[in-house]
Write a protein that binds this ligand. Sequence first.
Ligand SMILES: Cc1cc2nc3c(=O)[nH]c(=O)nc-3n(C[C@H](O)[C@H](O)[C@H](O)COP(=O)(O)OP(=O)(O)OC[C@H]3O[C@@H](n4cnc5c(N)ncnc54)[C@H](O)[C@@H]3O)c2cc1C
Length: 505
Amino acid sequence: MLKTDILIVGSGISGLFFAMKTAKKRPDLSIVIMTKETAQNTNTQLAQGGIAVVTDVVKDSFEQHIRDTLQSGDGLCEREIVEMVVKQAPERLKELVEIGTSFDQNEKGEWNLGLEGGHSQHRILHHKDSSGLEIEKKLLKIIRGFPNIKLLENHMVIDLCTETKNDKPICTGAFFYNKKHNTIKYIRTRTIVLCTGGCGQLFAHTTNPKIATGDGIALAARAGATIVDMQYIQFHPTALASGGKNPMFLISEAVRGYGAHIVNEEGKRFLFKYDARAELATRDVVSNAINKELQSSSKKHVFLDCRHLDKNSFYQQFPVITSHCNELGIKPEKDLIPIVPAAHYQCGGIKVDKNGVTAIQNLYAIGECARTGLHGKNRLASNSLLEALVFAHQASENVGRTIARFTFTSTILIPKFPKIHYPNDYNAFDILKKELQQLMTNFYTSEHRNFDLASEEIKKLNSHAISFTERHEITIPFIEFSNMLTAALLIIMQCKLETKEMCES
Ligand SMILES: Cc1cc2nc3c(=O)[nH]c(=O)nc-3n(C[C@H](O)[C@H](O)[C@H](O)COP(=O)(O)OP(=O)(O)OC[C@H]3O[C@@H](n4cnc5c(N)ncnc54)[C@H](O)[C@@H]3O)c2cc1C
């Protein structure tokens, strides 16, 4: 049986930063990172805009960043958490820079700070328009150098194991699927840290990669953790509308911060009708405004207009976006870029305290899968990489105590798994996934949501999925699809609860 002190599930910014900090401080602890695809296949590597940190103490202040975050979260952020994250940001940034992460500077050697929607100041540090990739690569390089960290790619965690002590659940291990060997195995561990990212793949239009199927939410829910605020899925207003791609390519918020306009079919700006901040309003406001415009015009997309911006500096600032557009035959200096809102970020998730501790002993959750209290109803742009760093730090500071409380004394009965069946029913699950994505898109974007009908449809999809597996007992696509159904049902139920509470108040 495999054994480790700490099992980290996920190799994005939160998992890697936690691993780095913990491995450095506690070389005596063994750390295993499991990730269901290749290590770099994460939301993190796709982040373009950057990371929000107050570095210009003359023009900017912690108080302003706190105020912007609270305003974006629309009354649902926890002020104590917002303060902790904003005030810790410079220290966490320093740690990233110390491992060689590079952020753009001007000719005077000052940070070249970007502006994004909802921010009252330029405060976004970025590495051109591939900030996440820069962070992911530097963290992966460091991680591979630690003798006490083992990084296991193509290892999908499929369930958490809990035992009960004094009527309370304690997490003691996990079952995982090794894609190369086609086997399911068990790993015994003193602590598990879920860093599994979001659930954008539940929707037909999303910027999230294929790995974002809400696994962490489903694993934690099955183990008995508390899941909250799943009704707050953030739609990013400027995903590139081109040929039904999944995931959709994102045109960063920073492009609007740089001066791009959103226009309709007639080339007219329309956001002022909805909010005086226009292109610089928060994402929820801009996405809703675009959706309303699309409904009233029956068009499929609106446009981002960059034609008035200086071509050379635009290309320098956004090389990845420019070359992606060029590949599709779109030249930002003379063409309008077609855009639609797309599911982008899960604001809710596994409820944790300020140290990333869940309701289950020995189980932490950090990064996008966690609901920390920072984002409220709507995440402020570039606050999520920051949140991942701060909560990875907090959890790393706290984990020593958790580990000290736990020893591998109790015995466990490990069930025998049948032979895994993988490839043949893969297409069948692809079709079911598409049905789920359409169902969730229709449900989430509808002004008159039918909660009961949506729940019934989810149950039907579940029955279909089970019927595919009857011959084979267990299949990996089934497990991933079941996770998606669990996350979808949580979104529907929590939307329903919120509507009921609003009606009653
Ligand atoms: C296109 C795009 C642009 C963005 N731009 C920005 C930005 O500019 N600034 C910002 O702050 N935020 C941005 N975000 C959001 C931000 O990138 C994410 O919130 C953040 O990277 C999440 O990091 P994470 O560590 O929580 O998870 P991720 O980076 O998503 O990593 C999740 C990991 O979990 C693994 N995993 C999942 N399930 C399992 C399982 N069952 N078993 C094993 N492994 C599993 C995955 O394989 C992956 O390794 C952007 C997001 C996208 C999609």
